[in-house]
Write a protein of this length. Structure first.
Length: 242
């Protein structure tokens, strides 16, 4: 189906260009005649797959893709299996709980969120992107892979492996604390992180100590039910107090 293939090529080109592309640039990048590209883009704009800015004469990704993307993500097995545990964590702690996925290029993206019950909300939304060197996420990833981008000392990674989870105190912002645990794919590599985010005294080492056992239990349950495999050195359920 040539039209579908051409539409995919247009979307792939726009994904790589944050500021969008002109008709001429899109036609060149997608190896299309300008007339063909123009007709295709007109149809995609009508369907909200692509937007057009008359002032700059540039095209960019459309709002309909957001709905498609969120629907696809929330139906993936790992996120679906994680949701009940996220709901329980948010209910017990009153904190925001996020599911953050490892993307193919190594960065991280928030793909699901249970909102905080606190009056002051955490301004991290679904779709937020985190670089591959982001403090806690890079350490959780590196603890069970050969990823060295976190630059974390080996003793820190060893402690995360022994606990089954990790925490960051004021590394994102001075008042922001985060705890998270990994979910593993079928190759025993972390591909999803479930995190709790709190402000100051809302999330403390004592709070984490009390929930430690549940974090490990959740990692086991979500990994197993979504078809993943736990690393041999991941803590057993019941081996961590909390």
């Amino acid at each position: 189906m040539p039209a579908v293939a051409r539409a995919i090529a247009v979307l792939e080109a726009l994904v790589l260009c944050r500021d969008g592309l002109s008709l001429t640039e899109l036609a060149e990048r997608c190896s299309l005649a300008k007339s063909t590209a123009s007709n295709l883009l007109r149809t995609m704009v009508a369907g909200a797959l692509v937007t057009y800015e008359p002032k700059t004469r540039r095209y960019n990704l459309g709002t309909q893709l957001v709905e498609f993307g969120l629907a696809a993500v929330t139906r993936t097995t790992a996120v679906a299996e994680a949701r009940p545990f996220m709901d329980r964590l948010a209910e017990q702690t009153q904190l925001a709980c996020l599911a953050i996925q490892v993307m193919p290029d190594g960065h991280f993206t928030a793909i699901a969120k249970v909102e905080s019950r606190k009056d002051i909300k955490i301004t991290i939304d679904v779709g937020s992107r985190f670089e591959r060197t982001t403090p806690l996420l890079s350490r959780l990833s590196a603890a069970w892979t050969d990823d060295s981008s976190s630059q974390a000392p080996q003793e820190v990674l060893a402690r995360i492996r022994a606990q089954g989870y990790g925490a960051a105190w004021g590394e994102y912002r001075p008042e922001l604390n985060v705890v998270g645990f990994p979910v593993f794919d079928r190759d025993a590599r972390p591909n999803l992180f479930v995190t709790l985010v709190g402000i100051g005294a809302d999330l403390t080492p004592e709070t984490i100590d009390r929930m430690a056992g549940y974090l490990v239990e959740a990692a086991h349950a979500i990994t197993t039910s979504s078809g993943g495999k736990l690393p041999a050195d991941y803590p057993a359920v019941g081996s961590v107090r909390g």
